[in-house]
Design a protein around this ligand. Structure first.
Ligand SMILES: C[S@@+](CC[C@H](N)C(=O)[O-])C[C@H]1O[C@@H](n2cnc3c(N)ncnc32)[C@H](O)[C@@H]1O
Ligand code: SF4
Length: 374
């Protein structure tokens, strides 16, 4: 079974922290949807006949698509792929788009999971982020989505925002929990290069939270979520039992996926490729039937690196027996040896032949992966 990711590269406004690929000019929306349809047709054999178990519309802002546009997109998908009956079909949505009428249409189209970018329940935070919605909409969209019959809802929150106290972060989390979402993704604010927030930081107009606050926010998050019965299955992701994001779990478990649309990534078990980002060039390319992408055939070492990165971030951990079978005793011994200092310092835990990050280890995951891999 495989996954399909569709990147919708448009947003109504730019959030101050975001460096995902999107354009705020919607004038190419129609030709873009044509081009995406063409890419779906052209790549119908990429998954070698595997059925789709998950479809994920991400962005950008997929919720700016009209029901008619979504309907057309799903018709195209179904024409070229077979989708299993109980497929997980997710749409990333911005709160201000989720009117009762729109939610009803989404259900009719077959979308059965929403990932809603709440980010915060406080107006002053939403202003710093230049979000289009306000704190009232943060709550009302969740109420409306529940009322419309969506039972599988994920929400995104951001912590470590400038000036965010522990108390405020706790309040945000508790408000989120009041809605009993099936799933939650919570990210520490990143100052990505080229974003407005990064510019403000360099000009001294905003201040990053200090390291202690970052750690405290993470601890509040993990303890708060676990107390409420959520499974901490990936560093930034939590789910009620049985409600892990099947699409994202596919990425982390190395399953095949096709990504269509500008900047989308694909993986067929042997090669990884990523589409060009520029919207106008992507559209022009698709008009001639050319998808412009870069491609990397994964050698043994890159596959190991990918396996370490993805498995260590999750509750499934690094399976040392699997590592030996796939990459041989030399790599097995190397990783075993490299992990010892981290086990001694309480950053990695070893159990049942697997390596897992401890909560402390999660805070330095990038460093650990680099060190144990080298
Ligand atoms: C690409 S966005 C798409 C979701 C949707 N467009 C929205 O904004 O609601 C996915 C999520 O990544 C997170 N994110 C993006 N940039 C981030 C950053 N610099 N720091 C922390 N979280 C970030 C946000 O929580 C966001 O909801
Ligand atoms: S966070 Fe979402 S809405 Fe904001 S710019 Fe990024 S993709 Fe667009």
């Amino acid at each position: 079974m495989a996954g399909l990711y569709i990147h919708i590269p448009f947003c109504r406004d730019a959030c101050t922290y975001c460096d995902f690929h999107f354009s705020i000019s919607l004038k190419h929306l129609e030709p873009m949807m044509e081009a995406i349809g063409k890419e779906i047709e052209q790549e119908k054999d990429f998954l070698e006949g595997e059925e789709l178990a998950t479809i994920y519309l991400g962005g950008g802002t997929p919720s700016l698509l009209k029901p008619k546009e979504l309907d057309r997109l799903f018709n195209t998908i179904k024409r070229y792929f077979s989708v299993i009956q109980e497929a997980e079909i997710t749409l990333e949505a911005n709160p201000d788009d989720l009117t009762p009428g729109y939610l009803k249409s989404l259900r009719q189209i077959g979308i059965n999971r929403l990932s809603i970018g709440i980010q915060s329940f406080f107006d002053e935070d939403l202003e710093i982020m230049n979000r289009r919605h306000n704190s009232v909409q943060s709550k009302s969209c969740l109420e409306q989505a529940n009322k419309s019959g969506f039972s599988n809802i994920s929400l995104d929150l951001i912590y470590g925002l400038p000036g965010m106290s522990n108390e405020k972060w706790k309040k945000n989390l508790n408000t989120a929990m009041d809605f009993k979402p099936a799933h939650m993704s919570a990210y520490h604010l990143g100052y990505e290069s080229g974003t407005v927030l990064d510019y403000r930081l360099r000009k001294g107009k905003v201040q990053q939270v200090d390291e202690d606050t970052s750690i405290e926010h993470f601890n509040i998050l993990v303890e708060g979520m676990e107390d409420k019965g959520y499974l901490h299955y990936e560093i930034s992701n939590f789910a009620l039992p049985g409600l892990i994001s099947r699409h994202n779990a596919g990425y982390w478990k190395g399953e095949k996926y096709l990504g269509v649309g500008p900047s989308a990534h694909s993986f067929d078990g042997r090669t990884r490729r990523w589409n060009m980002s520029k919207n106008s060039s992507y559209i022009k390319g698709m008009e001639k039937g050319n998808i412009v992408y870069e491609k990397e055939i994964l050698d043994n070492k890159t596959r190991l690196h990918d396996y370490l990165i993805t498995s260590l971030r999750t509750m499934w951990g690094i399976d040392m027996d699997y590592l030996r079978e796939e990459w041989g005793t030399e790599y097995h011994e190397h990783i075993n040896k490299q992990s010892v200092p981290y086990i001694n310092r309480g950053k990695i835990r070893k159990a049942n032949g697997k390596l897992f990050l401890t909560r402390e280890g999660m805070l330095i995951v990038d460093h650990i992966i680099q060190e144990i891999f080298l």
